[in-house]
Design a protein around this ligand. Structure first.
Ligand code: SAM
Length: 277
């Protein structure tokens, strides 16, 4: 019988955020695959976990997945952890999990902290739906292109950013999403210098330009404010018909939302437009 791969979340700063189950599973498995074994050893020592560690990081993912899969197939149970938070969330692990799934090996989540979810849970921005895009690109051109792609997003946009690129990213956000767009920046979550900044993009730039930014951070961009309706309902219908591949049903829905009028009225107008066509 094959073993089980446990995907175990670990603290993002505060060691007390380790779950009882995470400690037990890490004690019981034959081997723990960790991004940086020296870094994880400190966490394991804190909980007196003696299980051997093996490295599993972005540079050896492919070869190591093969090895770990073989051990799982021989019946050993293993755990996967990352430096902090939940493995596979902007962290290595996806390849191993995917290979286990294809090989019919059980993969079990031992959930716990994730910087993304922690930031969303305290920011006060809409979370019923959100879009997570991992790290913003490091190069300005690529970053600006990505921001342009998501500037009109109607869900909260969540990303990870490094402290030394934050100011440059904020300049681009001010320019592309607008100076008044609301942001939340969660810095050093669960740690001594935890900070949550809430305010406009331009205020964020001023706040974080005062000195060197330190620590880890999650950047959340509020959804784009609804567009002011332009012209008449008929013109809006024509515009969406000409400029998008949306169905009439979707066009009617969007225009009704934009103008704040009943869908039945917009539907009637769309019928008359289609007749004229
Ligand atoms: N898998 C991890 C998770 O679930 O949280 C994220 C890994 S990603 C490589 C690391 C990034 O997460 C950091 O660069 C930072 O953007 C964010 N992060 C991690 N710990 C954080 C913390 N304590 N406070 C704020 N952001 C954090």
């Amino acid at each position: 019988m094959s073993g089980t791969l446990y995907v175990v979340a670990t603290p993002i700063g505060n060691l007390e955020d380790m779950t009882h189950r995470a400690v037990r599973v890490l004690q019981e498995v034959a081997l723990i695959a960790a991004e940086d074994t020296r870094h994880s050893r400190k966490l394991l020592d804190h909980y007196a976990i003696k299980t051997p560690l093996i490295s599993y990081h972005e540079h050896n993912e492919e070869a190591r997945a093969e090895q770990l899969l073989a051990r799982l197939q021989q019946g050993e149970s293993l755990a996967l952890i990352s430096d902090a938070g939940t493995p596979c969330i902007a962290d290595p692990g996806y390849r191993l999990v995917s290979r286990c799934r294809r090989a019919g090996i059980a993969v079990v989540a031992v959930p716990g902290p994730s910087a993304l979810v922690a930031a969303l849970s305290i920011a006060g921005l809409p979370t019923d739906a959100f879009r997570f895009i991992g790290f913003l690109p490091a190069k300005q051109q690529a970053r600006r292109r990505q921001l342009q792609q998501y500037a009109a997003e109607t869900q909260t946009l969540a990303c990870y950013e490094t402290p030394h690129r934050l100011q440059a990213a904020l300049v681009d956000i001010v320019e592309i999403c607008g100076a008044e767009r609301e942001l939340s920046i969660a810095r050093e979550l669960t740690k001594r210098h935890e900070e949550l900044f809430n305010g406009t993009a331009v205020a964020a730039f001023e706040h974080f330009s005062a000195g060197r930014v330190r620590g880890e951070l999650v950047l959340l961009i509020a959804p784009a404010p609804p567009e002011e309706p332009q012209g008449t309902v008929r013109e809006a219908l024509q515009k969406l018909r000409d400029e998008t591949d949306l169905s009439w049903k979707e066009i009617v829905k969007q225009v009704a939302r934009q103008f704040g009028v009943p869908g039945s009225e917009v539907y009637k107008e769309s019928l008359s437009l289609r007749q004229d066509d």
